[in-house]
Ligand binder design. Structure first.
Ligand code: TRP
Ligand code: SF4
Length: 326
């Protein structure tokens, strides 16, 4: 039996942080074993807000690709590619835009949020159509499932609605893709808030062991634990939350000695740093290799786009035939 297909993508926001890794990438790495997998970097989507220069988008796109591969996406097991290298996404986006009612798009929460957060007075056609492009990304591979975070559920629901509408008008071409949510622990940032690039509290996959050590040293702990002898509250301490992710084996004991006033935060952080640096070492090594070897990255992305295009162009042939085009 053929494997089910999945597609997912990220915007080229620059280097990915540990929250992106634990919340998405790690899951993608696992899924590539079970599914026929397509993973892209959606550089066209980055143009919808005009926040970055073309050079920045190009640079960030490559950085995200390096993170994908370093984190364990294997070009022999999945297709890793840049959205704009597969023009079929754009053709399908155009055709889907014909059957997508504007009010559906105006209702999408991320659209309103972007308008407010970025103080956009009049949205571009492309910003409004962001979810239509996302639907095209997914449907052009006839993906059965889409591994995404909760924040993407409204986009995925819209994809399903567009899918049904297309199938209703032109015949059943697309399977209805399902969201594939995974539960994962929230990654705390250095200040205890959720790790996020915009809070400036992130540890990046590209950070060196030294930078990581330095960052952990500044990390917030339990404010009630000033001296080693003070009883701490690991359940609310962000350092402890990271132990829970990177140092599972030791957490029970650490919790006991923290509460008993037998462990100081400095030592606790040293243990964490050691565990994190060990866990992240293979990713960092691979990252450095790829940074030094742009040709290798180019080859992987070209092969990924070729593999993706083969599927996307077959879908588009069917779509054109169903719509009596070209
Ligand atoms: N909108 C997604 C995000 O911001 C990125 C994205 C674009 C995507 N196309 C996609 C995610 C297709 C999954 C599938 O994270
Ligand atoms: Fe947090 Fe560790 Fe300090 Fe306890 S000892 S408060 S777990 S940093």
């Amino acid at each position: 039996m053929a494997k089910a297909r999945i597609l997912s993508g990220m915007q080229p926001t620059g280097q990915l942080h540990l929250g992106n890794y634990e919340g998405a990438l790690r899951n993608w790495v696992r899924l590539q074993e079970e599914y026929e997998s397509y993973y892209c970097i959606v550089d066209w989507h980055a143009l919808t807000t005009l926040c970055e220069t073309p050079e920045q988008i190009q640079h960030n796109t490559r950085q995200v690709a390096i993170d994908y591969i370093s984190a364990g996406l294997d070009p022999n097991k999945c297709a890793i590619f840049i959205q704009s290298a597969v023009k079929e996404h754009a053709e399908l986006h155009l055709l889907l835009s014909m059957i997508t009612p504007v009010p559906w798009l105006e209702r999408v929460p991320t659209y309103k949020e972007k308008m407010e957060n970025l103080q956009i007075e009049s949205a571009s056609y492309g910003l409004l159509g962001y979810p239509v492009l996302q639907a095209a990304d997914i449907l052009v591979y006839k993906a059965n499932a889409v591994p995404v975070g909760k924040d993407q559920l409204p986009h995925l629901e819209l994809t399903r609605e567009i899918c049904r509408r297309f199938n209703y008008f032109y015949g059943k071409i697309f399977p209805e893709p399902e969201a594939k949510l995974t539960e994962y622990p929230v990654m705390p940032g250095l200040d205890g808030r959720k790790m996020s690039k915009s809070y400036d509290n992130a540890i990046y996959l590209s950070d060196t062991a030294e930078t990581t050590t330095q960052k952990i040293r500044t990390m917030f702990t339990d404010p009630l634990k000033i001296y080693k002898k003070d009883p701490g509250h690991p359940e609310t301490c962000p350092v402890f939350a990271l132990h829970n992710i990177y140092n599972k084996g030791e957490t029970e004991e650490l919790s006991v000695v923290c509460k008993a006033g037998e462990l100081g935060c400095v030592d606790c952080k040293k243990k964490l740093t050691a565990a994190m640096n060990e866990a992240l070492a293979p990713i960092r090594e691979r990252r450095v290799q790829l940074e030094e070897n742009p040709k290798e990255l180019d080859d992987i992305l070209t092969a990924g786009a070729d593999k993706a295009r083969a599927v996307a162009s077959a879908t588009m042939a069917e779509v054109r035939c169903a719509m009596k085009l070209g």
